[in-house]
Design a protein around this ligand. Structure first.
Ligand code: CAO
Length: 262
């Protein structure tokens, strides 16, 4: 009699692992309803309004290597006047100088988008992260100010912003906005236009990255990414790109700003 066919013995399925037990039990708190008021309420209004604007986006990178050196040189000199010199005053002044060539970007449009006003003053707004949320004070008449004067004004606005003491004079009348989100982090952003303005730029964190020099050598470059948004009903992409090129050229070759400084 042949032996019965041998049946393979099934491998036992391992017992499931027990769920990890948290050493410290986490309490489930209560949901909290917060009224939307103050600066946040203002943001609801302006950002809802801006949703009706068709945004055109444009990004480029700026080699800040020369400007990083220049700022390091000038920082001490500014401190003698009690002024803290970050990159922002250069970004703002270069924007104003480029706006002189492209005034259509320093403009406002009316509610029905029937009229555009090219603004005589360059009141450059800067998005500011404060304890009370996002505020956008502006530096008035940047076209008439030196880089040092822009820096001093920026220091004043920043200190008022931190104390929650910015007044409506500083918060209204902006004509163009820059948002230095790179002070917190990040590279690219998608900035939202502050109506009735027509353009805004967001600046990323300056990063040290390898880039090629004029003769093909690799060097450690300080790179800033800039992301622009423009109101595509009234601004075409070519204008935004040309403005960005000029702004970038001032920052990449800060000595060239001297030629046009008044
Ligand atoms: N890349 C690298 N370093 C940066 C930088 C950047 N993009 N921006 C700022 N820094 C540096 C500054 O040069 C400064 O360095 P030092 O100590 O060596 O001088 C330091 O970081 C601190 O700068 P700061 O933030 O105090 O000053 P600032 O003039 O550069 O920026 C302000 C001022 C108000 C724009 C910024 O503090 C801020 O609030 N940014 C956030 C903006 C924001 O929230 N945007 C989102 C809007 S949409 O919700």
């Amino acid at each position: 009699v042949p032996p019965p066919p041998s049946t393979p013995t099934p491998t036992p399925t391992p017992a499931p692992k027990p769920l990890p037990v948290a050493a410290v039990p986490t309490a489930v708190g209560e949901d909290k309803v917060e009224p939307i008021k103050g600066f946040r309420k203002a943001m609801v209004k302006s950002m809802t309004l801006s949703q009706s604007i068709p945004h055109f986006g444009y990004c480029d990178e700026v080699d800040m290597t020369a400007l990083v050196e220049l700022r390091a040189e000038l920082k001490g000199a500014a401190e003698q006047y009690g002024v803290r010199l970050s990159f922002m005053p250069f970004f703002i002044k270069a924007a104003s100088m480029a706006l002189l060539q492209y005034p259509v970007l320093n403009a406002t449009v009316d509610d029905k988008c029937e009229n555009m006003t090219l603004k005589a003053s360059h009141n450059i707004g800067l998005a500011m992260d404060t304890a009370n949320g996002l505020v956008v004070p502006n530096v008035k008449n940047v076209q008439c100010l030196s880089v040092l004067e822009v820096a001093a004004e920026l220091n004043r606005l920043q200190s008022l912003g931190l104390q929650g003491k910015l007044g409506s004079g500083d918060l209204t009348g902006g004509t163009f906005t820059l948002s230095n989100i790179g002070a917190i982090g990040g590279t690219y952003a998608k900035p939202v236009i502050m109506p009735p303005e027509v353009a805004i730029g967001a600046l990323g964190k300056v990063q040290v990255l390898p880039r090629f020099g004029a003769t093909g050598e690799v060097y450690a470059a300080h790179i800033l990414a800039a992301s622009w948004s423009a109101d595509h009903r009234v601004i075409d992409g070519a204008t935004m790109a040309r403005f960005s090129n000029l702004w970038k050229s001032y920052l990449e070759n800060p000595a060239s700003m001297l030629l046009h400084l008044k």
